[in-house]
Design a protein around this ligand. Structure first.
Ligand code: PLP
Length: 490
């Protein structure tokens, strides 16, 4: 491949007067009269390029990209699984709809919306769901606003605190802060689960809610949920379930049955919407019986005659979290996924995700340090290589994996360990892919012992090798102009 061609920006391919199109002469300008004088005859600063250059430029750029469609992507806490392409085709079927269309003209779309809500109620063990939030973090905010509305409805205005485990995903404390709460951290035990004694010391009538992730961020099932639920409820607070990664729980256990009051699900992790790169996603929120009336509007309501309408406002709701009904194409993919798998296969997905994670964990725990012995759920965490004497870090291992064509696992998260390496294989990977990954991880451990510099200097084969992370964070070059203006672009 011509490296020069594919290293350049599209602007750098520009040559004055070069075009990739030819349009017939405009013979209608007299029809637009006055407006014609406002039209520009040239647009400055757009690249002037021929069609083959454009096609090659973007095709080569896309080849630089890494995705689930190009290789194994074991990024922990992200569920980067393969999503069936047929669901994309189904979702594309509604691209002609407008959210402001009268309900009578979109009965089918509203039916899809309502059926997905009901399916998620069944999966989560909740009384009611809203699909409106656009992402997991947005769902957390929605859930916390429901919780705030609940306490306010009881004139209980003193509850200003949300308890979050120290292992929580960063969005939990962030969402609680955005919803206007103070955050109190609860400690984890060495096995990664919530420290109940620490929790007891922090529960009082200033607490509005406790947020929990299950399986938690180290991939362990929180065994003490019944006791925690009882403690939290006794203190008058509600229990929130971060179900962003619901994969291993599908069809096996339901947050509603465990005593959770409010939960969110990431459709763009578990339910057939690819993610990364900014969306679109969806973070539906479920509530137990008694909290339905606080859910945000608009809501899709079924009338007695079976027809559906969109309720824009109601007095008990905390308000709106999105214009219209959210990211609709994501719902189609999720419903198609749920219906095509059905109850049995859905629980099979969770079991395979768990089996795959345990398989990798046990195949590597002689060479990589396993701080929390399994069994794990859909993911687990190594604390770097077992042999620390080589000086090879988790970052080095992650970079070396790129040379073998794998995406790196999540690194240095969770913060519970110094050299966290968090692996989530997901259920869609074959035995052969898992075996190849295990073989490469073992090979890297061998290299670390025999030729550590080879690992420390990785990656060797990627188009960009060692960007300066700090410089990139402090002085990001985000526009072409900035690049040109830079005195000594190296
Ligand atoms: C991904 C994730 C979130 C946030 O979801 P977004 O859609 O990225 O906002 C929250 N909690 C956990 C545990 C997650 O893995």
């Amino acid at each position: 491949m011509n490296a020069k061609l594919y290293d350049k920006l599209i602007f750098e391919h520009s040559a004055p007067g070069r075009k990739g199109f030819s349009l017939p002469r405009n013979t209608y300008s007299h029809h637009i009269g006055e407006i014609a004088s406002l039209c520009r005859d040239r647009v400055d600063d757009l690249p002037e390029v021929d069609e083959p250059t454009v096609v090659r430029h973007y095709t080569n750029m896309s080849n630089n990209n890494f995705g689930v469609d190009t290789g194994f992507y074991p990024l922990g806490s992200c569920t980067m699984k393969y999503n069936p392409k047929i669901n994309e085709e189904l979702a594309a079927g509604v691209k002609g709809l407008h959210p402001a269309q009268p309900a009578s003209t979109v009965q089918g779309a509203l039916e899809i919306y309502r059926r997905l809500e009901l399916a998620l109620c069944e999966i989560g063990g909740m009384a009611e769901f809203t699909l409106n939030p656009f992402a997991g973090a947005h769902g957390e905010l929605t859930g916390l606003l429901v919780i705030r509305a609940y306490h306010a409805s009881r004139d209980d205005f003193g509850r200003k605190t949300v308890i979050v485990p120290d292992s929580a995903h960063g969005t939990n404390p962030a969402s609680a802060a955005v919803a206007g709460f103070n955050i109190v951290e609860v400690k984890s035990l060495p096995d990664g689960t919530v420290d109940i004694d620490d929790l007891a010391s922090k529960l009082d009538d200033s607490v509005a809610a406790m947020m929990m992730t299950n399986p938690n961020t180290v991939g362990m099932f929180e065994k003490n949920i019944p006791a925690i639920a009882e403690m939290v409820h006794k203190a008058g607070a509600l229990l929130y379930y971060d179900g962003a990664n619901l994969n291993p729980m599908l069809g096996i256990a339901r947050p509603g049955d465990m005593g959770f009051d409010v939960m969110h699900i990431n459709l763009h992790k578990t339910f057939s919407t690819p993610h990364g790169g900014g969306g679109p996603g969806a973070g539906p929120v479920g509530v137990r019986a008694g909290l339905e009336k606080f859910l945000p509007t608009p809501r899709v309501i079924k009338k007695d005659d079976g027809s559906l309408y969109v309720e824009r406002f109601n007095d008990s709701s905390f308000g709106s979290i999105s214009a219209w009904l959210g990211n609709f194409t994501v719902y189609i993919k999720a419903l198609a996924y749920i219906l095509s798998l059905g109850r049995d296969a859905l629980s099979m997905a969770g079991q395979l995700a768990t089996l795959n994670a345990n398989y990798i964990m046990h195949s590597l725990d002689d060479l990589y340090k396993l701080p929390i012995p399994g069994p794990c759920k859909h993911e687990f965490v190594f604390d770097g290589l077992k042999d620390k004497s080589t000086g090879v870090t988790t970052l080095n291992v992650a970079k070396r994996l790129l040379d073998f064509g794998f995406h790196a696992p999540t690194i240095y998260f969770p913060l519970l360990f110094h050299e966290s390496l968090m692996i989530e294989p997901t259920e869609t990977e074959s035995r052969e892919t898992l075996d190849r990954f295990i073989e490469v991880m073992r090979e890297i451990a061998r290299e670390a012992a025999e030729a550590p510099d080879k690992v420390k200097e990785a990656p060797h084969d990627t188009p960009v090798r060692h960007p300066d992370d700090t410089e990139a964070a402090l002085h990001p070059i985000l526009t072409w102009k900035q690049l040109c203006d830079k005195p000594t672009a190296s």
